[in-house]
Every structure is written in structure tokens, then in C-alpha cells.
Design a protein around this ligand. Structure first.
Ligand code: ADP
Ligand code: MG
Length: 261
């Protein structure tokens, strides 16, 4: 709720000494169809370096598809996406996915591997890193997300919130330019939501470029630099949290807020 995230921007944090050097995204004319159905119908969006962009909108409006197109888990039909000025269509998918990390609602951790191994696997398989170095990075990122000492735990022996923090640590371990978050707190028990939102707010303060699909309006209002409202495959309205929450311009956004707030 709104109250619980009031302190997000001022919460103490122990990892603030490590700033990120995030990248920018520039999306132009992005269109994407599944078969005959066009689900992204011309998206233009600029995501500045080091900013937090929250994407809100009703179910089925294309939010997940937009995120997935940004690291080419689905291929767009038209338009372009530039990552730090480089067209992602020219990048190898593995390279792109190490630069544009993604965290999902259902964590997607390997259940038979420990937290540490889940992180090390990406580093050794995708980046070709030696195990010793990968292990050191995995432990450092686990500490960053407040899970020092939990490296030997398997996902089943961690809470949902802890599992999600492992997934975030895994994305960070790749040293990404941008991290995409798709409703990462939606599957968590209510009491575990705040810890994950606090962590995400911390990453934003440290300069990570983040694109966050969320139903947490309090988080969007407190943490976002810009909010994007999508409906039916289009960006209907975007602006600062202040603009969007205090003076929505379109009837569709007013109606959406009336339903979710
Ligand atoms: P949101 O994340 O905003 O709920 P999605 O991007 O998941 O929206 O979905 C947008 C539209 O695309 C919906 O109508 C959904 O049913 C459809 N869709 C999503 N994924 C697929 C897919 N893999 N194949 C066909 N249709 C899909
Ligand atoms: Mg979705």
C-alpha cells in the first residue's frame, strides 16, 4: 500500500557505496504481433541512463510483451530499440541479455541448485567466467541483496522474498546496463513485498537504469522518475509521478486509478 512505501526513498541501506553505471534505452515505433493480433501498436519511449521508469496499465495491455521485446525474448515486427545508442537487433541475444537483465514474477531459479550456484551458472555459462571469480561475484551480490550467508541454500529453503532477491542478485551479477522487472512482487506473500520493493528502490538510488512493470502504485509514485500508462498496446499517457497521480489527463488513466487506488 501507499503508507508502507512512504519511507522507501529515505530507508537506510548498506550497499549505497557501490554506484551503478546504467545505460539508456531509446524505443521508437515498436510494433509487435502474435499471429494476427497486434499487441504493441507503435511504442515510443525514452529511458534515460540511471532512471527508474514504471509501466502501469490493465492486464493484457502489452506491458510484459514490451519488456520481453527489450531483450529479444520476443522479436518485434517493426521499429527500433537502441541500448546506449546501439540497435539491439545487431547484438547477439546472449550479449544483449547480459546487458539487459530481467527479473520475473516467478523468480525462474533452478530448484536443484543453491542460491550461489544459480548466480554462478549465468556467469560461467554466459560470460565464460572462471568458477573462482564467479563465486566471489555471486557472494558479493548475495551480500548486496541482504543474503550473506545464504549462498548454500536451495530455493525451496528460502522464502519467496529471499528467492526473488536471489533472482535480482543474479541479474545484477551480470553487470547489466538496464534491469527489467516484470511484476516481481505479485506472487509474494504481502509481508515479503516491502523487502523486495526496498531493495529495488535502493538499486534505483544507486543509479541502475530500471524499467519496472508494477501494480504497486505506492512504489511507482515514490520511486519512479517517469511513469508510463499503457492500454491496448499503446502508451496512453506518461509523465512524472507528480503529474500522473495529481493531474491525470486522460479518462482512461483516471478510470484505471479509480480501479486500483
Ligand atoms: P500485460 O503484461 O500487460 O498483462 P501481455 O504483454 O502479457 O500484457 O499481453 C498482451 C496481449 O498479448 C494479451 O492479449 C495476451 O493475451 C497476448 N499474448 C501475450 N503473450 C502471448 C503469446 N505468447 N502468444 C499469443 N498471445 C500472447
Ligand atoms: Mg504482464
Amino acid at each position: 500500500g501507499l503508507q508502507q512505501v512512504d519511507e522507501l526513498k529515505s530507508a537506510p541501506r548498506d550497499s549505497e557505496t557501490t554506484p551503478f553505471n546504467g545505460g539508456s534505452l531509446s524505443i521508437e515505433g515498436l510494433r509487435l504481433s502474435y499471429g494476427q493480433m497486434e499487441v504493441l501498436r507503435g511504442i515510443d519511449l525514452s529511458v534515460p541512463k540511471g532512471s527508474v521508469t514504471c509501466i502501469i496499465g490493465p492486464s493484457g495491455s502489452g506491458k510484459s510483451t514490451l519488456l520481453r521485446s527489450l531483450n529479444r525474448l520476443v522479436e518485434m515486427n517493426a521499429g527500433s530499440v537502441l541500448l546506449d545508442g546501439v540497435d539491439i537487433a545487431t547484438m547477439k541475444p546472449e550479449k544483449l541479455r547480459s546487458k539487459v537483465g530481467m527479473v520475473f514474477q516467478h523468480f525462474n531459479l533452478f530448484p536443484d541448485h543453491t542460491a550461489r550456484d544459480n548466480i554462478m551458472l549465468s556467469l560461467t555459462k554466459i560470460k565464460g567466467m572462471r568458477r573462482g571469480k564467479a563465486r566471489a561475484i555471486a557472494d558479493a551480490r548475495l551480500a548486496d541483496v541482504g543474503l550473506q550467508g545464504r549462498g548454500d541454500h536451495r530455493p525451496a529453503n528460502l522464502s519467496g522474498g529471499q528467492q526473488q532477491r536471489v533472482a535480482i542478485a543474479r541479474a545484477l551479477a551480470m553487470d547489466p546496463e538496464v534491469v527489467l522487472f516484470d511484476e516481481v512482487t505479485s506472487a509474494l506473500d504481502p509481508e515479503l513485498v516491502k523487502g523486495v520493493l526496498d531493495l529495488m528502490a535502493d538499486l534505483g538510488r544507486r543509479g541502475m537504469t530500471m524499467v519496472v512493470v508494477t501494480h504497486e502504485m505506492g512504489f511507482a509514485r515514490q520511486v519512479a522518475d517517469q511513469i508510463v500508462f499503457m492500454d491496448e498496446g499503446k502508451i496512453v499517457e506518461s509523465g512524472t509521478p507528480e503529474q500522473m497521480f495529481t493531474a491525470p489527463r486522460t479518462d482512461r488513466l483516471k478510470k484505471f486509478f479509480a480501479e486500483v487506488l
